[in-house]
Design a protein around this ligand. Structure first.
Ligand code: NAP
Length: 248
């Protein structure tokens, strides 16, 4: 079976690391991103260098019309999707709830919760055996924040990842008989550009003493778990979570 993977938010960080591993594993790859054309082109060049057939698609995963166009391009240029990594996510500046605006909360929930649900919807329309598909695999990129709650920092972000976890559990059962597995990874503090969004680009280094393993994680360490969950080696795993928090 030809493996075709859609990775949301693949221009940087965990998504880009996943794209590089997917190239080595022989997938045809859709590199989705929001704004950073240059970063997306760099990942495209890297995966092509590794021998992968790949495209970049600029699309906001919080907007269904853009998701529809993304999957239509994948159909035409790569073939029917067999794997989806719901990786794109966002976070606001460190704050207590009483200072969070409605705009912030809605934007965050649309990107981190509604977006993955819509991407899964359009992937399932192609993967599910009940629609004539060959089955497939979905991995949602959650966070250890879903377990810890992130008080005084980002309870909104933690709650969005909690919703993603519950979605993972429910959807896994809903589509299990249609040949689609749905799992999640929960990273802890990982060295990526993500922390600049929260207002502290050096956050991981500063927090390393609080991590049981004494260090932050690398995007590649998360990508390895994503690729395992996607692969046939995880053929009996669905509704499962792999925590990558260095002991947190
Ligand atoms: P990152 O380096 O900041 O990359 C984020 C990626 O998401 C970029 O490719 C960005 O595109 C894309 N993106 C953001 N909003 C989007 C949207 N609305 N539509 C499409 N693409 C969008 O972040 P990361 O650390 O790799 O994070 C990836 C995932 O891991 C997120 O879901 C995050 O919550 C989760 N996570 C991260 C950590 C951590 O410590 N880093 C820990 C736990 C969980 P542009 O480049 O175009 O902006």
């Amino acid at each position: 079976m030809d493996n075709v993977i859609v990775i949301t938010g693949a221009s940087r960080g965990i998504g880009a690391a996943t794209a590089r591993l997917a190239a080595c594993a022989g997938y045809r790859i859709c590199i989705n991103y929001l704004n950073d054309d240059e970063a997306a082109q760099k990942v495209l060049a890297e995966v092509r260098e590794l021998g992968a057939d790949a495209i970049t698609v600029k699309a906001d995963v919080s907007v269904e019309d853009e998701i529809i166009q993304l999957f239509q391009r994948v159909d035409v240029e790569l073939g029917p999707v067999t794997a989806l990594v719901n990786n794109a996510g966002t976070i606001g500046h460190k704050s207590q709830l009483e200072h969070m605006s409605e705009f912030r909360l809605l934007k965050l929930m649309k990107t981190n919760v509604v977006g993955p649900m819509l991407c899964a919807k359009h992937a399932l329309q192609r993967m599910s055996q009940c629609h004539g598909g060959k089955g497939g695999s979905i991995v949602n990129v959650s966070s250890v924040a879903a377990r810890l709650g992130s008080p005084n920092e980002y309870v909104d972000y933690a709650a969005s990842k909690g919703a993603l976890d519950t979605f993972t559990l429910g959807l896994a059962k809903e589509v299990a008989a249609d040949g689609v597995r749905v799992n999640a990874v929960r990273p802890g503090y990982i060295f990526t550009d993500f922390h600049a969004l929260s207002g502290d680009a050096e956050r991981v280094s500063k927090l390393e003493p609080s991590i049981p393993m004494g260090r932050g994680g690398q995007a590649e360490e998360v990508a390895e778990a994503i690729m395992w969950l996607l692969s046939d080696k995880a053929s009996y795993s669905t509704g499962s979570f792999i925590d990558l928090g260095g002991g947190r």
